[in-house]
Design a protein around this ligand. Structure first.
Ligand code: ADP
Ligand code: MG
Length: 339
């Protein structure tokens, strides 16, 4: 029998990778906004049409790209963020896989405009299904604008699988809020079908939370701070009397990255022991800083799961820090109240 194995062409490999990286329009927003943050932007605008199904545009004022980098950025495993395996243990950036732009460009129509601040003119590139269809110079401001049109145009099954505009918009808002919460020092806006959903000025964590979740949130927040050898904790928990039936506002950020952690969630909930009415969920906005060496964020392509070296210690520290804060703020057990 003859040999039958061959390497897949790039555009096919990209399309397969895209299946993992891009589940829905919200995934594209996550990747593009993370790139904007990694580029050092302090102002990021997100524009979507039809829940991101027809257009997702992210405009930043970050460092921009040279012509060569702009072309390179759509290659798979092309990244400026790590160079060698060791770098995986000291990640400071959100991205590092070099997969997002290649994946997105394999399954949509992408237009990129970018200009570094030391150049007179910028670069304008169009890519459709991994193929470069046009390249030109452009007169544009410093920074980068990426427009993603007709997501999943060449994967009808995926496109049909998308939920209603309302549901997809909800996912987008969730993603947007997580990122905005993690980076209060960056201004963000989100515009959907020409109406402005968020306009968030540069500020601090407390004010950013209030700007997103409404003015009344401020009085509900109890600050939490702790500093130990293995972790630095800051942020807020909601007072127990404001706990909700639904799990609404529960956020963990590890090194500015939103993560899901049922285990740490348990630590928080257990710190509220005796303070919550049955089946109600406390809100929390907790920012953990740990040595990048002590975590592995590479276990999932979308990077919302994370592995800690010393989970048990972290659990104990978090729980006691929150108990302490709740105690300090004289949060007495309230077992009988109506909301
Ligand atoms: P990763 O973020 O994992 O490196 P991406 O595919 O998301 O991979 O991006 C590839 C590269 O393109 C990045 O490493 C970066 O150098 C460049 N890049 C992407 N988006 C931007 C941006 N908004 N501003 C400047 N450079 C960018
Ligand atoms: Mg990226």
């Amino acid at each position: 029998m003859g040999d039958i194995i061959q390497l897949l062409p790039d555009h096919v490999a990209n399309q397969i990778a895209a299946g993992e990286v891009v589940q829905r329009p919200a995934s594209v927003i996550k990747e593009l906004v993370e790139n904007a943050i990694d580029a050092g932007s302090n102002s990021i605008q997100v524009v979507i049409k039809d829940a991101g199904k027809t257009l997702i545009q992210v405009v930043d004022n970050g460092k921009g790209m040279s012509l060569t980098d702009a072309r390179m950025s759509f290659e798979r495993h092309a990244t400026s963020k790590i160079k060698q395996a060791e770098d995986l243990f000291k990640l400071k950036t959100k991205g590092f896989r070099g997969e997002a732009l290649a994946s997105i460009a394999a399954i949509s129509h992408v237009e990129l405009k970018t200009k570094p601040d030391n150049e007179e003119v910028g670069t304008f590139i169009k890519i459709e299904g991994s193929k470069l269809t046009s390249q030109d110079v452009c007169v544009c401001p410093q920074g980068t604008s990426v427009s993603v049109k007709n997501l999943f145009y060449n994967i009808p099954a995926r496109r049909n699988f998308l939920k209603s505009d309302a549901v997809e918009t909800r996912h987008i808002i969730d993603e947007f809020q997580r990122t905005a919460l993690a980076h209060p020092q960056i201004s963000f806006s989100l515009v959907h079908n020409n109406s402005e959903l968020f306009q968030l000025p540069e500020t601090n964590h407390r004010q950013r939370i209030t700007n997103i979740f409404g003015g009344k949130t401020n009085e509900k927040l109890v600050p939490v701070t702790e500093e130990t050898e293995i972790v630095e904790i800051s942020g807020f928990v909601g007072k127990p009397e404001f706990a909700k039936k639904s799990r609404g506002e529960q956020f963990f950020f590890v090194n500015n990255r939103f993560v899901k952690s049922p285990y740490l969630n348990h630590a928080v909930v257990s710190a509220f022991e005796g303070l919550l009415k049955d089946k109600s969920h406390p809100s929390y906005f907790l920012f953990l800083k740990v040595d990048p060496k002590s975590i592995d964020i590479n276990i999932h392509p979308t990077k919302t799961e994370i592995k800690f070296d010393d989970e048990h210690a972290l659990y104990a520290i978090l729980r006691s820090a929150i108990k302490h804060s709740l105690g300090q703020f004289n949060v007495a057990p309230v077992l009988d109240f109506d909301r």
